[in-house]
Design a protein around this ligand. Structure first.
Ligand code: F0G
Length: 322
């Protein structure tokens, strides 16, 4: 349909339903080896779910700080189920992260598992290894990643670079970062070639996972874009919901809004002639759709309600249009 060869790397099948598990298993192992007793994260939800799951398995206490009212239902109940101590911060993700940074500076009791922890990124780079392996040791032309706190795009780029340095692949992909229009500090910074981050004070988008105004890893993400001759693009909430619908109804994949952003971005870039005919494009579909049932409920519904005796008749009537 788009003229490009489109692949989705679906991260919803990881143990807690998002790509975060790749890094969390490594960083929690390190926490345990260092003798930590408790871990802490600020999170828009997936990091909280993943950290608390791996902490539970490792016998560590977990503390998660989340923006109050800003986390998808599925993620919050996951963290609670894994036994995390949940602190709702009346503010944005960025406020929660600031509090975590402040607290870990003052105590050695809390081991931080946010993506400024380098072990997280070491785990997350394995996505690049799998993509290359699953494409039969071919390198995609483009890898499209949703960007929030901006660790993942750098981690994936690092993975490709390592394969290249070790002679396992002989070319590199170009990295595309996608942000939501209401939460696009990196797009703005990149466009203006600013030397400092152009923060977004009150980020707003349906894609709560990437509703972030001050991404901590912004210099690393910009480096990945620059080194790979990549680019950043922003998409509207409408485009995100449309992309969610396409993935669900053409591919049978439900993803959360942030994870649909790469498809929305790819559609836009095809329209602008940036992605060319026959290019191999990998979309990183970062998290499972069931994490955010309220967002799924926004997709256009084909739903009827009838008393039992009328159900068969309605079905026969509807079947006429098949
Ligand atoms: N997609 C999903 C589903 C996410 O949960 C996140 C980040 C991203 C994309 C962006 O990745 O931050 O490395 O640029 N979620 C974090 C969290 C912020 O707390 O779960 P990033």
């Amino acid at each position: 349909m788009l003229g490009v060869r489109l692949y989705g790397k679906y991260e919803g099948c990881n143990p807690t339903g998002s790509f975060k598990d790749r890094g969390m298993t490594v960083a929690t192992t390190i926490a345990k080896a260092l003798g930590a007793r408790a871990v802490v994260v600020a999170s828009t939800g997936n990091t909280a779910a993943s950290a608390s799951a791996y902490a539970a398995r490792a016998g560590l206490k977990s503390f998660v700080l989340v923006p109050s009212g800003g986390v998808a239902r599925g993620k919050l109940v996951q963290a609670i189920a894994y036994g995390a101590i949940v602190v709702e911060v009346e503010g944005f993700f960025d406020d929660a992260l600031r509090a975590v940074l402040d607290a870990v500076e003052r105590t050695r009791v809390l081991y931080p598992l946010n993506s400024f922890n380098p072990w997280r990124l070491e785990g997350q780079k394995t996505l690049a290894f799998e993509v290359v392996e699953q494409l039969g040791w071919k390198v995609p032309d483009w890898v499209v990643v949703p960007v929030g706190n901006a660790g993942n795009i750098y981690a994936i780029w690092k993975g490709f670079k390592e394969l290249y340095i070790h002679g396992l692949i002989d070319s590199l992909p170009r990295m595309v970062g996608v942000q939501a229009e209401g939460a696009s500090p990196l797009v703005k910074t990149w466009r203006k070639r600013a030397r400092r981050l152009l923060e977004v004070e009150e980020p707003s988008t349906i894609a709560s996972a990437i509703r972030i105004g001050r991404p901590v890893n912004w210099p690393k993400a910009l480096r990945a874009i620059e080194e790979s001759r990549g680019l950043l693009v922003e998409v509207s909430d409408e485009e995100i919901v449309h992309a969610m619908t396409l993935l669900a109804r053409l591919e049978g994949l439900v993803v959360e809004p942030a994870s649909a952003a790469p498809l929305a971005g790819a559609v836009k870039l095809v329209g602008q002639g940036v992605l060319g005919q026959g290019d191999v494009v990998v979309l990183v579909l970062t998290g499972h759709g069931l994490k955010d049932p309220d967002a799924l409920a926004m997709l256009e519904a084909k739903k009827y309600s009838v008393p039992p005796r009328e159900a068969a008749r309605l079905l026969l009537e509807l079947a006429r249009s098949v």
